[in-house]
Design a binder for this molecule. Structure first.
Ligand code: CAA
Length: 692
């Protein structure tokens, strides 16, 4: 297939890039660009070139799937040098996203025009790397390092309007190609303007000073991330090195970072997240049902957050409670939550009013009757859920989707309360629902394929990361979390203290350890669940019996004097833990951070193996996507299954066997799949390859 199509308007050639789905700069496209530029340079009938693109992306950057494989010539920096050196003017016509290498193509052109819908960004930092085709050298030359550096440090794309304000592009509201051709003709008449690599007027002393201040701040915040440090070094090169040397230094840093395990993990996560949307058994041709109107049952924190998700996506939603008082309270809470955003400056008052206008408060389930989808976020009790679903069955129109936000109950049992189980699905949002990215789509065997396809499409529309999972207690995320919670309790009894466990977990890269997290969420939640299941956790139960529910009661695993949000060690709790160890006849011992991490994470990996064996998750990457987006697993560790592969499954098997022997807990014995992969010297990644 031709990746570049050539056409001509007068003396201006138009090269239209067409490399679906997102015009990534594959080896074939790079070669085609070289061929095009060389042909244009040699063609006496052509005076200038416009580089345009077909589809939703201008160019989404380097082809990430080529990273880690032997490089294929021509390399991107060479292609861009060739574009920049073209003796005839080259104009970029940016109609969609220009990301990474895609923006770098535009930076090498002699002028850049962008449609209002275009997005411009250098997101490499999110993949653990830095721009590798001149971005760190050309962008500072074009707009100044103090403006270029934040774009590269956050990796967040900017709008065409913002790009125009920065001097990066010229905004075109009319016909983009027409404007680009006119620009090309204008430049052809004037001669090629100064090439970006030759620009120096933006690299002033004041700009250098402002950049160094930003670099100092970034070092303080992310000093341990090699890509942030490399980015600073590369951008500094724009001031200290001639262009070709700056380019070479950038490339060397880029190549070094590509080989770093952290970048590999981030790239793995990128593809895992996308693969999760291709669900085995759901054909890409299955048509989602139209969703024009939504309803949410329950206006608590969760229900209110879910209603906000719909409103944020422009879908009208009825928020339903059982009494006027409850709905007034819930509705006010939603307004307050938007109010925080307005106060912080991240939302305008007009946007808040627009969203609030999409949320209609109502009393009684009958108000859900006109909805195409209803999400139940009521009390987490099977009886309550079944009663609601029985009623919904009577009021919802035919073909409507009935979803439950249960976090661990059996969705099939809930579905059986209706006469239309094929229309029932789990939509498990994570708290706070308007913020957290993950959406577990729980699919009991009876759920119709188009209902799952609709849930996936909805997830994407709401800006979530959807993952389809099977129906079991706790699904993927909470089922694995339960293992970590049990392991944390075991560690306390064996000799560790809460602050030691939490420090090991934050040292691993989580924002919070399990005990600080329990204190934040409220220990009574787990206590209630344990009581309903008839399970026990000696330390956690004793704390709850003493009324220590965490932050809301001023004490839990830690003390929170006068509403403090960071807990302090409490000698009373530590004495209680030691007493429980003694009662159980355990001789306490100390644990290193590495031991703590292994004891917490290995059982989770083991549960993950069970989840794969049972088909609750289709791929290891689905499990990792759940943990990365719903539980703040450190992104650069790629998720629990990827992490397990980096540790070695044989090591994990041995450690689990030792834990099982020490604790006498047979559930810690390695799952058959884990044993088999370890015995074959394989990792979970091999399994993924086999399934693909
Ligand atoms: N390389 C290879 N494949 C890519 C890709 C890339 N840069 N970007 C997207 N894709 C693939 C996805 O894997 C997905 O494939 P499947 O259909 O098989 O799942 C498909 O394109 C569509 O992607 P999305 O589902 O993400 O589509 P979207 O419309 O929601 O988003 C996008 C499009 C905004 C471009 C988004 O895909 C994205 O952010 N891509 C990554 C952009 C990026 O990081 N670029 C920098 C690359 S590094 C670089 O360029 C280094 C350098 O300096 C040389």
């Amino acid at each position: 297939m031709e990746t570049v199509r050539l056409s001509q308007r007068g003396a201006v050639a138009i090269a239209t890039i067409d490399n679906p789905p997102v015009n990534a700069l594959s080896a074939a496209l790079r070669a085609a660009l070289v061929e095009t530029v060389q042909a244009i340079a040699a063609d006496p009938k052509v005076e200038a070139l416009v580089i345009a693109a077909a589809g939703r992306a201008f160019i989404a950057g380097a082809d990430i799937s080529e990273f880690g494989k032997p490089p294929v010539e021509p390399l991107l920096p060479e292609v861009l040098n060739l574009i920049e050196a073209c003796p005839k003017p080259v104009v970029a016509a940016i109609q969609g996203v220009a990301l990474g290498g895609g923006l770098e193509v535009a930076l090498a052109c002699h002028a850049r025009l962008a449609a209002p819908a275009a997005k411009l960004g250098l997101p490499e930092i999110k993949l653990g790397i830095i721009p590798g085709a001149g971005g760190t050298q050309r962008l500072p030359r074009l707009i100044g390092a103090a403006k270029a550096f934040p774009m590269m440090l956050t990796g967040e794309p900017i709008s065409a309007e913002k790009g125009a304000a920065l001097g990066l592009v010229e905004l075109v509201s009319g016909d983009l190609i027409e404007a680009a051709v006119a620009k090309a003709q204008e430049l052809a008449a004037q001669g090629v303007p100064a090439r970006t690599s030759e620009w120096t007027d933006k690299l002033t002393d004041a700009d250098r000073e402002a950049f160094e201040a930003l670099a100092k701040d970034a070092t303080a915040k992310s000093g341990d991330m090699p890509n942030a440090m490399a980015l600073i070094e590369a951008v500094r090169g724009a001031f200290t090195l001639p262009f070709p040397e700056g380019l070479a230094a950038e490339r060397a840093l880029f190549v070094r970072l590509l080989a770093d395990e952290r970048s590999k993990a981030l790239r793995y996560a990128f593809f895992a997240e996308r693969e999760a949307t291709h669900v085995p058994g759901i054909d890409a041709g299955v048509k989602p049902r139209p969703l024009a109107q939504a309803a949410v049952i329950g206006a608590g924190t969760m229900g209110g957050g879910i209603a906000m998700c719909f409103a944020n996506a422009g879908i009208p939603v009825t928020l339903i409670e059982t009494t006027q008082e409850l709905i007034d309270k819930g509705h006010a809470r939603v307004r307050d939550t938007y109010g925080f955003s307005v106060k912080r400056g991240s939302m305008s008052e007009a946007a808040r009013d627009e969203r609030m206008a999409l949320i209609t408060p109502a009393v009684g389930l009958a108000a859900a009757g006109n909805a195409d989808i209803v999400v139940e976020a009521a009390f987490e009790e099977m009886g309550v859920k079944r009663q609601i679903f029985g009623e919904l069955d009577k009021v919802m129109k035919p073909g409507a989707i009935l979803a439950t936000n249960t976090s661990y109950l059996d969705v099939a049992t809930i579905a059986a309360a209706t006469a239309r189980p094929q229309d029932v699905v789990g939509l498990h949002f994570f708290s706070p629902a308007n913020v957290m990215k993950l959406l577990e789509i729980v699919r009991p065997t009876g759920t119709a394929g188009d209902v799952v396809a609709t849930a996936l499409a909805l997830g994407r529309k709401l800006g979530k990361v959807p993952v389809v999972v099977g129906n079991c207690f706790g699904f993927v995320g909470n089922r694995m979390l339960a293992q970590r919670t049990r392991a944390a309790e075991r560690l306390l009894i064996a000799g560790a203290l809460p602050h030691e466990v939490d420090a090991a977990v934050t040292g691993f890269g989580f924002k919070m350890g399990p005990f600080a997290m329990s204190d934040l969420a409220g220990g009574d939640i787990g206590w209630r669940t344990r009581k309903s299941l008839g399970t026990k956790a000696a330390v956690a139960d004793a704390l709850c019996e003493a009324g220590r529910f965490g932050q809301k009661t001023g004490k839990g695993y830690y003390l929170y004097p006068e509403g403090a949000r960071t807990g302090q060690r409490d000698p009373e709790v530590e004495a209680l833990i030691e007493r429980i160890s003694a009662e159980k006849g355990v001789t306490r011992r100390s644990f290193t951070s590495d031991e703590i991490v292994a004891r917490l994470m290995d059982p989770m990996v083991n549960e993950g193996a069970g989840i794969l064996e049972e088909g609750i998750a289709a791929r290891p990457g689905d499990i990792d996507t759940v943990w990365l987006n719903g539980y703040n697993w450190p992104a650069w560790r790629g998720g629990p299954m990827h992490w397990a592969d980096t540790v070695g499954l044989d090591v994990i098997v041995k450690r689990l066997e030792a834990q099982a022997a020490e604790s006498g807990d047979a559930t810690l014995q390695p799952a058959p799949l884990l044993r088999r992969l370890a015995a074959e010297g394989k990792g979970f990644a091999d399994l993924k390859a086999r399934a693909a």
